[in-house]
Design a protein around this ligand. Structure first.
Ligand SMILES: [Mg+2]
Length: 280
């Protein structure tokens, strides 16, 4: 099977790609890697969504005095986002998604979540995935350094690469330059099949992750809804992996609608929530 880039609005197509790879290499040789926000889960309301966060980040640099801003700086915005992740519910982007993931796992295929969220959101992320019927610990790869607690692989935080010893992370100096990787990477976190990379290049992070895994995979199927689709595709293909990278378009219409609509409603929602939190 040749590496490929594709797109879909139905997660069943992602599963079909996983099944094709499993048929060719055997299920234990396949790894499914899914983005979280706007791929597996979508918030019930615009507040706290990916598109809302993008808009707030944009305002911070383009219109720092905007009355719509929920925080004075990026750290403040992250704090608000953390509150929203714990307060506001989300749902699977398509109703049969938890069943589709379970089907992949039941076939013996390894599956993880690869999210740009940072580790400070781990508790909220784990409970929201569980509440929606996902359990990525079932067939999660194990990392060599992952500590065990009562026979279960515990969450591990680690630095994805060190620039002075870049080959140890499975990366090259040339890739560091091309992908503009920071001199000081942010720590990443892996546990319960959820890899949290704190906004860093997902291709580089996945390569570093695979370098730590106790076993290798012949084929990787990746799905996401933004530029990371191409990043992961290029990074993994360059390293000789058989990679199928699929852009997941299901939430696109909602994102576009948000980007073009008035922000009055989402702004009112935030002020209402803020008042409720201030009330003792
Ligand atoms: Mg996403």
């Amino acid at each position: 099977m040749a590496s490929s880039l594709g797109e879909t609005s139905d997660y069943a197509d992602v599963v079909a790609a996983v099944e094709a790879a499993a048929k060719q290499y055997g299920p234990d040789q396949v790894l499914l890697v899914s983005d979280l926000d706007n791929t597996l889960l979508s918030p019930d309301q615009d507040l706290g969504s990916d598109q809302w966060f993008e808009w707030q980040s944009f305002l911070l640099s383009a219109d720092p005095k905007s009355r719509y801003l929920v925080a004075k700086d990026f750290d403040g915005l992250l704090r608000v986002q953390g509150i929203l992740f714990t307060t506001l519910p989300s749902h699977p982007t398509q109703p049969d998604l938890p069943r589709l993931i379970a089907k992949v796992q039941d076939a013996g295929v390894a599956a993880i979540v690869l999210t740009a969220r940072g580790q400070e959101f781990r508790n909220a992320t784990e409970s929201e995935l569980a509440r929606n019927g996902f359990d990525f610990s079932k067939t999660a790869p194990v990392l060599r350094e992952q500590p065990e607690q009562k026979g279960v692989a515990a969450t591990l935080q680690f630095v994805p690469y060190r620039k002075e010893a870049i080959a140890e992370s499975g990366l090259s100096d040339e890739e560091c330059k091309r992908w503009r990787l920071a001199d000081q990477p942010r720590p990443i976190s892996y546990g319960k099949g959820i890899l949290m990379v704190a906004g860093q290049h997902k291709g580089a992070m996945l390569l570093a992750f695979l370098q730590h895994a106790t076993k290798s995979y012949k084929a990787i199927v990746f799905t996401d809804q933004d530029r990371q689709v191409r990043r992961v595709y290029e990074a993994l293909a360059a390293h000789g992996h058989d990679v199928t990278s699929i852009e997941f378009l299901r939430e696109d219409p909602r994102v576009k609608a948000f980007n073009y609509e008035s922000k009055k409603a989402v702004s009112r929602h935030w002020r209402r929530l803020q008042r409720a939190m201030e009330t003792p």
